[in-house]
Design a protein around this ligand. Sequence first.
Ligand code: GDP
Length: 459
Amino acid sequence: SNHSAASDASSSRANFYNLLPAREDHGKCKSRFEQHRYGKRDWEYVPSEYLIDRLRSYEEFHARCTRGNSQTWFNSSTATENNDCKFILWLDNSGLGNKMVSIAATFLYALLTRRVLLIDPAEDMEALFCEPFPRSSWFAPRDVPLEFLRSDEFRISFDKCHPGTAKFARHAYIEIMNGYDSIGDKFFCEKQQQNISDQFPWLTITTNLYFVPSLYYVPSFRTELDKLFPRQEAAVFQHLVKYLFHPSNAAWDRATRFYDTYMAGSSKLVGVQMRVLPNFQDLSRRAQSFSDAMVQCLLQSKLLPDVSVASNSSASGKIIGVVVASLDGQYFDGLREIYVSSPTVDGSLVRVFAPSKERWQQTNDRNHDEKALADMLLLSFCAELVTSPGSTFGYAAQGLGGVKPWLLNEKNCSKLDSTEPCFHAKVFYGCNCDSSSEAKSVQNNARSCPDVPWGLQTS
Ligand code: GDP
Protein backbone atom coordinates (compact mmCIF):
# COMPACT_ATOMS: atom_id res chain seq x y z
CA SER A 1 0.00 0.00 0.00
CA ASN A 2 0.95 3.63 -0.24
CA HIS A 3 1.24 3.80 3.47
CA SER A 4 3.91 1.14 3.71
CA ALA A 5 5.81 2.56 0.75
CA ALA A 6 5.90 5.89 2.55
CA SER A 7 7.05 4.37 5.81
CA ASP A 8 9.72 2.32 3.98
CA ALA A 9 10.99 5.52 2.45
CA SER A 10 11.06 7.24 5.78
CA SER A 11 12.80 4.34 7.47
CA SER A 12 15.47 4.24 4.77
CA ARG A 13 15.96 7.95 5.31
CA ALA A 14 16.17 7.34 9.04
CA ASN A 15 19.13 4.98 8.75
CA PHE A 16 20.53 6.74 5.68
CA TYR A 17 19.94 3.87 3.31
CA ASN A 18 21.49 1.31 5.64
CA LEU A 19 24.61 3.31 6.27
CA LEU A 20 23.77 3.03 9.98
CA PRO A 21 23.51 -0.30 11.76
CA ALA A 22 20.14 -1.37 13.13
CA ARG A 23 19.70 -0.06 16.67
CA GLU A 24 17.27 -0.57 19.49
CA ASP A 25 18.43 1.98 22.02
CA HIS A 26 16.12 4.86 21.04
CA GLY A 27 16.33 6.71 24.34
CA LYS A 28 20.08 6.68 24.77
CA CYS A 29 20.90 8.46 21.57
CA LYS A 30 17.92 10.34 20.21
CA SER A 31 19.84 12.05 17.43
CA ARG A 32 20.36 8.73 15.69
CA PHE A 33 16.63 8.39 15.23
CA GLU A 34 15.73 12.04 14.76
CA GLN A 35 18.56 13.38 12.63
CA HIS A 36 16.79 12.70 9.33
CA ARG A 37 13.92 14.99 10.36
CA TYR A 38 16.11 18.05 10.35
CA GLY A 39 17.86 19.70 7.47
CA LYS A 40 17.92 18.36 3.95
CA ARG A 41 15.23 15.83 3.15
CA ASP A 42 16.86 14.18 0.21
CA TRP A 43 20.06 12.20 0.36
CA GLU A 44 21.98 13.12 -2.72
CA TYR A 45 24.64 10.46 -2.35
CA VAL A 46 23.31 7.03 -1.52
CA PRO A 47 25.97 4.81 0.11
CA SER A 48 27.36 1.98 -2.01
CA GLU A 49 26.52 -1.62 -1.12
CA TYR A 50 30.21 -2.19 -0.74
CA LEU A 51 30.56 0.58 1.84
CA ILE A 52 27.60 -0.81 3.78
CA ASP A 53 29.12 -4.32 3.77
CA ARG A 54 32.48 -3.02 4.89
CA LEU A 55 30.90 -1.05 7.74
CA ARG A 56 28.94 -4.06 8.98
CA SER A 57 32.04 -6.23 8.97
CA TYR A 58 34.06 -3.44 10.56
CA GLU A 59 31.53 -3.35 13.40
CA GLU A 60 31.98 -7.09 14.00
CA PHE A 61 35.73 -6.71 13.85
CA HIS A 62 35.72 -3.77 16.27
CA ALA A 63 33.52 -5.61 18.77
CA ARG A 64 35.62 -8.77 18.58
CA CYS A 65 38.96 -7.02 18.93
CA THR A 66 37.91 -4.90 21.90
CA ARG A 67 36.20 -7.63 23.87
CA GLY A 68 37.31 -8.62 27.33
CA ASN A 69 40.28 -7.46 29.28
CA SER A 70 42.04 -4.55 27.60
CA GLN A 71 45.44 -5.84 28.65
CA THR A 72 44.81 -8.93 26.60
CA TRP A 73 43.88 -7.15 23.43
CA PHE A 74 46.42 -4.44 23.92
CA ASN A 75 49.01 -7.18 23.61
CA SER A 76 46.96 -8.79 20.90
CA SER A 77 49.67 -9.51 18.39
CA THR A 78 50.96 -12.22 20.68
CA ALA A 79 47.55 -13.61 21.60
CA THR A 80 46.56 -16.15 18.99
CA GLU A 81 42.84 -15.65 19.41
CA ASN A 82 43.07 -12.03 18.29
CA ASN A 83 45.82 -12.49 15.81
CA ASP A 84 44.33 -10.31 13.12
CA CYS A 85 43.54 -7.39 15.44
CA LYS A 86 45.51 -4.29 14.66
CA PHE A 87 44.77 -0.88 16.08
CA ILE A 88 45.04 2.79 15.34
CA LEU A 89 44.75 5.12 18.29
CA TRP A 90 43.69 8.71 17.59
CA LEU A 91 44.98 11.48 19.84
CA ASP A 92 44.15 15.11 19.41
CA ASN A 93 44.85 18.58 20.65
CA SER A 94 42.51 20.82 18.68
CA GLY A 95 39.02 22.29 18.43
CA LEU A 96 35.86 20.35 17.72
CA GLY A 97 35.87 20.80 13.94
CA ASN A 98 39.47 19.62 13.74
CA LYS A 99 38.57 16.65 15.90
CA MET A 100 35.70 15.66 13.64
CA VAL A 101 37.52 15.96 10.32
CA SER A 102 40.58 14.12 11.63
CA ILE A 103 38.59 11.32 13.28
CA ALA A 104 36.71 10.87 10.00
CA ALA A 105 40.00 10.60 8.10
CA THR A 106 41.50 8.25 10.68
CA PHE A 107 38.44 6.02 10.56
CA LEU A 108 38.70 5.79 6.78
CA TYR A 109 42.37 4.92 7.15
CA ALA A 110 41.36 2.22 9.66
CA LEU A 111 38.87 0.78 7.16
CA LEU A 112 41.50 0.74 4.42
CA THR A 113 44.18 -0.85 6.58
CA ARG A 114 41.91 -3.20 8.55
CA ARG A 115 42.64 -1.60 11.87
CA VAL A 116 40.41 -0.93 14.84
CA LEU A 117 39.93 2.79 15.51
CA LEU A 118 40.28 3.88 19.12
CA ILE A 119 39.76 7.39 20.42
CA ASP A 120 41.69 9.14 23.14
CA PRO A 121 39.50 8.74 26.22
CA ALA A 122 40.83 11.91 27.83
CA GLU A 123 38.77 14.27 25.69
CA ASP A 124 35.14 15.09 26.30
CA MET A 125 34.00 13.32 23.16
CA GLU A 126 32.06 10.95 25.38
CA ALA A 127 29.82 13.79 26.53
CA LEU A 128 29.34 15.10 22.99
CA PHE A 129 28.76 12.03 20.84
CA CYS A 130 27.13 8.63 21.05
CA GLU A 131 29.15 5.49 20.48
CA PRO A 132 29.16 4.86 16.73
CA PHE A 133 29.88 1.12 16.74
CA PRO A 134 27.24 -1.22 18.17
CA ARG A 135 27.99 -3.55 21.07
CA SER A 136 31.34 -1.92 21.71
CA SER A 137 33.15 1.30 22.48
CA TRP A 138 35.48 3.40 20.39
CA PHE A 139 37.25 4.83 23.43
CA ALA A 140 40.65 3.46 24.26
CA PRO A 141 40.66 1.89 27.70
CA ARG A 142 41.95 4.25 30.35
CA ASP A 143 44.89 2.00 31.09
CA VAL A 144 46.37 2.30 27.61
CA PRO A 145 49.70 4.10 28.13
CA LEU A 146 49.10 7.12 25.91
CA GLU A 147 52.25 9.02 26.76
CA PHE A 148 54.34 5.94 26.14
CA LEU A 149 52.74 5.35 22.74
CA ARG A 150 53.20 8.89 21.54
CA SER A 151 56.83 9.08 22.59
CA ASP A 152 59.38 10.16 20.05
CA GLU A 153 61.15 6.84 19.91
CA PHE A 154 58.18 5.36 18.07
CA ARG A 155 57.83 8.18 15.61
CA ILE A 156 57.83 6.97 12.04
CA SER A 157 60.40 8.57 9.90
CA PHE A 158 60.82 7.38 6.41
CA ASP A 159 64.07 8.96 5.82
CA LYS A 160 63.84 10.85 2.52
CA CYS A 161 64.13 8.18 -0.13
CA HIS A 162 64.86 5.21 2.05
CA PRO A 163 61.81 3.35 3.19
CA GLY A 164 63.08 2.42 6.62
CA THR A 165 61.33 2.84 9.93
CA ALA A 166 62.62 4.38 13.10
CA LYS A 167 62.86 1.56 15.59
CA PHE A 168 62.11 -2.07 15.68
CA ALA A 169 59.05 -1.97 17.89
CA ARG A 170 55.43 -3.03 17.82
CA HIS A 171 54.24 0.56 18.03
CA ALA A 172 54.66 3.38 15.63
CA TYR A 173 53.69 7.00 16.05
CA ILE A 174 52.76 9.49 13.35
CA GLU A 175 51.79 13.15 13.44
CA ILE A 176 49.66 14.79 10.77
CA MET A 177 49.08 18.24 12.18
CA ASN A 178 48.42 21.75 10.90
CA GLY A 179 50.93 22.75 8.28
CA TYR A 180 51.78 19.11 7.64
CA ASP A 181 54.62 18.85 5.22
CA SER A 182 55.25 15.32 4.18
CA ILE A 183 58.65 15.77 2.66
CA GLY A 184 60.83 13.19 4.33
CA ASP A 185 58.10 11.10 5.78
CA LYS A 186 56.39 9.48 2.79
CA PHE A 187 53.48 8.30 4.82
CA PHE A 188 51.19 8.27 1.78
CA CYS A 189 53.21 5.76 -0.23
CA GLU A 190 52.48 2.13 -1.05
CA LYS A 191 55.73 0.56 0.12
CA GLN A 192 55.77 2.49 3.37
CA GLN A 193 52.17 1.59 4.08
CA GLN A 194 53.03 -2.05 3.50
CA ASN A 195 55.86 -1.78 6.03
CA ILE A 196 53.60 -0.15 8.58
CA SER A 197 51.01 -2.82 8.11
CA ASP A 198 53.53 -5.67 8.45
CA GLN A 199 55.45 -4.27 11.38
CA PHE A 200 53.12 -2.41 13.66
CA PRO A 201 49.98 -3.85 15.20
CA TRP A 202 49.65 -0.55 17.08
CA LEU A 203 49.74 2.77 15.35
CA THR A 204 49.22 5.98 17.28
CA ILE A 205 48.32 9.12 15.38
CA THR A 206 48.13 12.72 16.49
CA THR A 207 46.19 14.59 13.87
CA ASN A 208 43.82 17.48 13.44
CA LEU A 209 43.52 17.32 9.67
CA TYR A 210 41.34 15.75 7.01
CA PHE A 211 44.06 13.79 5.25
CA VAL A 212 41.71 11.81 3.00
CA PRO A 213 42.84 13.45 -0.28
CA SER A 214 46.31 11.99 0.23
CA LEU A 215 44.99 8.50 0.92
CA TYR A 216 44.13 8.50 -2.76
CA TYR A 217 47.88 8.66 -3.47
CA VAL A 218 48.40 5.08 -2.34
CA PRO A 219 47.41 2.89 -5.31
CA SER A 220 46.01 0.01 -3.28
CA PHE A 221 44.00 2.44 -1.15
CA ARG A 222 42.74 4.13 -4.25
CA THR A 223 41.38 0.88 -5.65
CA GLU A 224 39.49 0.30 -2.43
CA LEU A 225 38.33 3.92 -2.16
CA ASP A 226 36.85 3.74 -5.64
CA LYS A 227 34.80 0.73 -4.52
CA LEU A 228 33.73 2.31 -1.26
CA PHE A 229 32.81 5.62 -2.86
CA PRO A 230 32.10 5.06 -6.53
CA ARG A 231 30.93 8.64 -6.77
CA GLN A 232 33.92 9.98 -5.04
CA GLU A 233 33.24 13.61 -5.65
CA ALA A 234 31.69 15.39 -2.72
CA ALA A 235 30.59 12.25 -0.95
CA VAL A 236 33.32 10.77 1.24
CA PHE A 237 33.15 13.14 4.18
CA GLN A 238 29.35 13.28 4.25
CA HIS A 239 29.15 9.52 4.55
CA LEU A 240 31.79 9.36 7.25
CA VAL A 241 30.17 12.13 9.27
CA LYS A 242 26.68 10.62 8.99
CA TYR A 243 28.06 7.29 10.06
CA LEU A 244 30.30 8.38 12.92
CA PHE A 245 28.89 11.47 14.56
CA HIS A 246 25.63 11.26 16.39
CA PRO A 247 25.32 14.00 18.97
CA SER A 248 24.63 13.00 22.56
CA ASN A 249 21.19 13.77 23.97
CA ALA A 250 22.47 16.88 25.75
CA ALA A 251 23.90 18.48 22.58
CA TRP A 252 21.01 17.26 20.46
CA ASP A 253 18.38 18.63 22.84
CA ARG A 254 20.09 22.01 22.92
CA ALA A 255 20.12 22.23 19.13
CA THR A 256 16.62 20.93 18.48
CA ARG A 257 15.10 23.04 21.25
CA PHE A 258 16.63 26.11 19.69
CA TYR A 259 15.45 25.02 16.27
CA ASP A 260 11.89 24.35 17.39
CA THR A 261 11.70 27.61 19.30
CA TYR A 262 13.22 30.00 16.80
CA MET A 263 13.73 28.45 13.41
CA ALA A 264 10.99 25.93 12.69
CA GLY A 265 8.47 28.41 11.26
CA SER A 266 10.75 29.82 8.55
CA SER A 267 10.14 29.32 4.85
CA LYS A 268 13.87 29.30 4.23
CA LEU A 269 16.93 28.87 6.47
CA VAL A 270 20.36 30.27 5.84
CA GLY A 271 23.40 29.44 8.01
CA VAL A 272 26.34 31.80 8.26
CA GLN A 273 29.61 30.66 9.83
CA MET A 274 32.12 33.44 10.37
CA ARG A 275 35.59 32.65 11.57
CA VAL A 276 38.71 34.61 10.86
CA LEU A 277 41.78 32.42 11.26
CA PRO A 278 45.36 33.58 11.83
CA ASN A 279 46.44 32.05 8.52
CA PHE A 280 44.17 34.50 6.81
CA GLN A 281 45.87 37.63 8.06
CA ASP A 282 44.36 39.85 5.45
CA LEU A 283 40.94 39.02 6.69
CA SER A 284 41.73 39.51 10.34
CA ARG A 285 43.35 42.85 9.73
CA ARG A 286 40.21 43.91 7.99
CA ALA A 287 37.50 42.33 10.10
CA GLN A 288 35.15 45.19 9.36
CA SER A 289 35.47 44.64 5.66
CA PHE A 290 34.89 40.93 6.21
CA SER A 291 31.62 41.81 7.83
CA ASP A 292 30.73 43.95 4.83
CA ALA A 293 31.82 41.15 2.54
CA MET A 294 29.49 38.78 4.39
CA VAL A 295 26.53 41.09 3.78
CA GLN A 296 27.49 41.52 0.12
CA CYS A 297 27.74 37.76 -0.23
CA LEU A 298 24.30 37.16 1.27
CA LEU A 299 22.70 39.76 -0.98
CA GLN A 300 24.50 39.04 -4.25
CA SER A 301 23.90 35.32 -3.97
CA LYS A 302 20.24 36.16 -3.37
CA LEU A 303 20.30 34.15 -0.17
CA LEU A 304 18.75 37.17 1.52
CA PRO A 305 16.60 39.97 0.11
CA ASP A 306 17.93 43.49 -0.08
CA VAL A 307 16.47 46.28 2.03
CA SER A 308 15.36 49.72 1.01
CA VAL A 309 14.09 52.66 3.03
CA ALA A 310 11.88 53.51 0.13
CA SER A 311 10.29 50.11 0.02
CA ASN A 312 6.60 49.90 0.58
CA SER A 313 5.96 46.39 -0.58
CA SER A 314 3.37 44.71 1.57
CA ALA A 315 4.24 41.79 3.80
CA SER A 316 4.69 38.66 1.72
CA GLY A 317 4.25 36.35 4.70
CA LYS A 318 7.61 34.83 3.90
CA ILE A 319 9.98 34.45 6.83
CA ILE A 320 13.66 33.79 6.29
CA GLY A 321 15.67 32.55 9.27
CA VAL A 322 19.39 33.26 9.42
CA VAL A 323 21.64 31.51 11.93
CA VAL A 324 24.90 33.33 12.53
CA ALA A 325 27.61 31.28 14.26
CA SER A 326 30.75 33.08 15.27
CA LEU A 327 32.98 33.84 18.22
CA ASP A 328 32.70 37.46 17.18
CA GLY A 329 29.31 39.09 17.79
CA GLN A 330 29.73 41.84 15.22
CA TYR A 331 28.54 39.67 12.34
CA PHE A 332 25.26 38.94 14.06
CA ASP A 333 24.80 42.51 15.31
CA GLY A 334 25.52 44.02 11.91
CA LEU A 335 23.22 41.72 10.01
CA ARG A 336 20.31 42.03 12.41
CA GLU A 337 20.63 45.80 12.41
CA ILE A 338 20.17 45.83 8.64
CA TYR A 339 16.88 43.97 8.86
CA VAL A 340 15.42 45.77 11.85
CA SER A 341 16.30 49.21 10.55
CA SER A 342 14.76 48.88 7.07
CA PRO A 343 12.10 46.86 5.30
CA THR A 344 13.02 44.28 2.70
CA VAL A 345 12.32 45.02 -0.94
CA ASP A 346 10.15 41.94 -1.37
CA GLY A 347 8.18 42.20 1.85
CA SER A 348 9.68 39.12 3.46
CA LEU A 349 10.79 39.15 7.08
CA VAL A 350 14.36 38.23 7.92
CA ARG A 351 14.93 36.85 11.41
CA VAL A 352 18.54 36.81 12.46
CA PHE A 353 19.66 34.47 15.28
CA ALA A 354 22.87 33.88 17.17
CA PRO A 355 22.48 30.65 19.13
CA SER A 356 25.66 31.15 21.17
CA LYS A 357 27.86 33.95 22.40
CA GLU A 358 31.09 32.26 23.36
CA ARG A 359 33.56 34.97 22.33
CA TRP A 360 36.66 32.79 22.61
CA GLN A 361 37.64 29.21 22.09
CA GLN A 362 37.52 27.03 25.22
CA THR A 363 38.16 23.62 23.79
CA ASN A 364 37.51 20.70 26.16
CA ASP A 365 35.24 22.75 28.40
CA ARG A 366 32.16 20.57 28.29
CA ASN A 367 29.59 23.34 28.20
CA HIS A 368 31.48 25.33 25.58
CA ASP A 369 31.95 22.32 23.32
CA GLU A 370 28.30 21.39 23.64
CA LYS A 371 27.38 24.87 22.40
CA ALA A 372 29.88 24.57 19.59
CA LEU A 373 28.34 21.28 18.50
CA ALA A 374 24.84 22.74 18.76
CA ASP A 375 25.97 25.65 16.54
CA MET A 376 27.34 23.20 13.99
CA LEU A 377 24.07 21.28 14.01
CA LEU A 378 21.94 24.40 13.63
CA LEU A 379 24.09 25.44 10.67
CA SER A 380 23.70 21.97 9.23
CA PHE A 381 19.90 22.23 9.44
CA CYS A 382 19.96 25.16 7.00
CA ALA A 383 19.30 24.70 3.30
CA GLU A 384 22.03 27.18 2.41
CA LEU A 385 25.33 27.84 4.13
CA VAL A 386 27.93 30.55 3.95
CA THR A 387 31.30 29.53 5.39
CA SER A 388 34.61 31.22 5.99
CA PRO A 389 37.87 29.93 4.51
CA GLY A 390 40.01 27.30 6.18
CA SER A 391 37.70 26.60 9.09
CA THR A 392 37.18 22.97 10.03
CA PHE A 393 34.21 24.17 12.09
CA GLY A 394 32.56 25.11 8.80
CA TYR A 395 33.63 21.82 7.17
CA ALA A 396 31.95 19.87 9.95
CA ALA A 397 28.71 21.83 9.50
CA GLN A 398 28.67 21.32 5.73
CA GLY A 399 29.38 17.60 6.20
CA LEU A 400 26.66 17.16 8.80
CA GLY A 401 24.16 18.92 6.58
CA GLY A 402 25.37 17.56 3.24
CA VAL A 403 25.22 21.16 2.06
CA LYS A 404 27.55 22.64 -0.54
CA PRO A 405 28.40 25.98 0.97
CA TRP A 406 28.96 29.42 -0.40
CA LEU A 407 32.55 30.25 0.41
CA LEU A 408 33.22 33.76 1.48
CA ASN A 409 36.68 34.94 0.55
CA GLU A 410 38.17 38.31 0.88
CA LYS A 411 37.48 39.05 -2.73
CA ASN A 412 34.43 37.06 -3.65
CA CYS A 413 31.75 34.65 -2.64
CA SER A 414 30.85 31.61 -4.67
CA LYS A 415 28.98 28.38 -4.27
CA LEU A 416 31.28 25.34 -4.01
CA ASP A 417 30.63 22.14 -5.92
CA SER A 418 31.63 19.86 -3.07
CA THR A 419 31.17 19.21 0.63
CA GLU A 420 34.66 17.73 0.94
CA PRO A 421 36.97 19.40 3.46
CA CYS A 422 40.38 20.64 2.48
CA PHE A 423 43.54 18.85 3.66
CA HIS A 424 45.59 21.75 4.98
CA ALA A 425 48.94 20.36 4.01
CA LYS A 426 51.70 20.59 1.54
CA VAL A 427 52.11 17.16 0.07
CA PHE A 428 54.38 17.54 -2.86
CA TYR A 429 56.53 14.55 -3.41
CA GLY A 430 56.69 11.38 -5.42
CA CYS A 431 56.92 8.03 -3.74
CA ASN A 432 59.89 6.81 -5.77
CA CYS A 433 61.98 9.85 -5.09
CA ASP A 434 61.87 10.99 -8.65
CA SER A 435 60.82 14.40 -7.55
CA SER A 436 59.27 16.73 -10.04
CA SER A 437 57.61 14.59 -12.70
CA GLU A 438 56.27 12.21 -10.09
CA ALA A 439 55.02 14.90 -7.84
CA LYS A 440 52.86 16.05 -10.70
CA SER A 441 51.35 12.66 -11.40
CA VAL A 442 50.66 12.15 -7.73
CA GLN A 443 48.67 15.35 -7.70
CA ASN A 444 46.42 14.24 -10.51
CA ASN A 445 43.98 12.79 -8.03
CA ALA A 446 43.67 15.96 -6.06
CA ARG A 447 43.20 19.61 -6.71
CA SER A 448 44.04 22.65 -4.71
CA CYS A 449 41.25 23.81 -2.41
CA PRO A 450 39.00 26.74 -3.17
CA ASP A 451 39.49 28.11 0.34
CA VAL A 452 43.09 27.18 1.16
CA PRO A 453 45.37 27.51 -1.86
CA TRP A 454 48.18 25.42 -0.32
CA GLY A 455 45.84 22.57 0.59
CA LEU A 456 44.53 19.52 -1.25
CA GLN A 457 41.02 18.44 -1.98
CA THR A 458 39.67 15.24 -3.45
CA SER A 459 38.71 15.98 -7.01
P1 GDP B 1 38.66 25.86 13.19
O1 GDP B 1 39.69 26.36 14.16
O2 GDP B 1 37.82 26.95 12.62
O3 GDP B 1 39.25 24.98 12.14
O4 GDP B 1 37.59 24.97 14.00
P2 GDP B 1 37.69 24.14 15.35
O5 GDP B 1 36.30 23.70 15.63
O6 GDP B 1 38.72 23.08 15.27
O7 GDP B 1 38.17 25.14 16.47
C1 GDP B 1 37.47 26.30 16.73
C2 GDP B 1 36.77 26.23 18.10
O8 GDP B 1 36.44 27.56 18.48
C3 GDP B 1 35.46 25.49 18.05
O9 GDP B 1 35.57 24.12 18.27
C4 GDP B 1 34.69 26.17 19.16
O10 GDP B 1 35.18 25.72 20.40
C5 GDP B 1 35.11 27.61 18.96
N1 GDP B 1 34.27 28.25 17.93
C6 GDP B 1 34.67 28.75 16.73
N2 GDP B 1 33.62 29.25 16.05
C7 GDP B 1 32.53 29.06 16.83
C8 GDP B 1 31.14 29.34 16.67
O11 GDP B 1 30.69 29.87 15.67
N3 GDP B 1 30.32 28.96 17.69
C9 GDP B 1 30.79 28.34 18.82
N4 GDP B 1 29.91 28.00 19.78
N5 GDP B 1 32.09 28.07 19.00
C10 GDP B 1 32.95 28.41 18.02
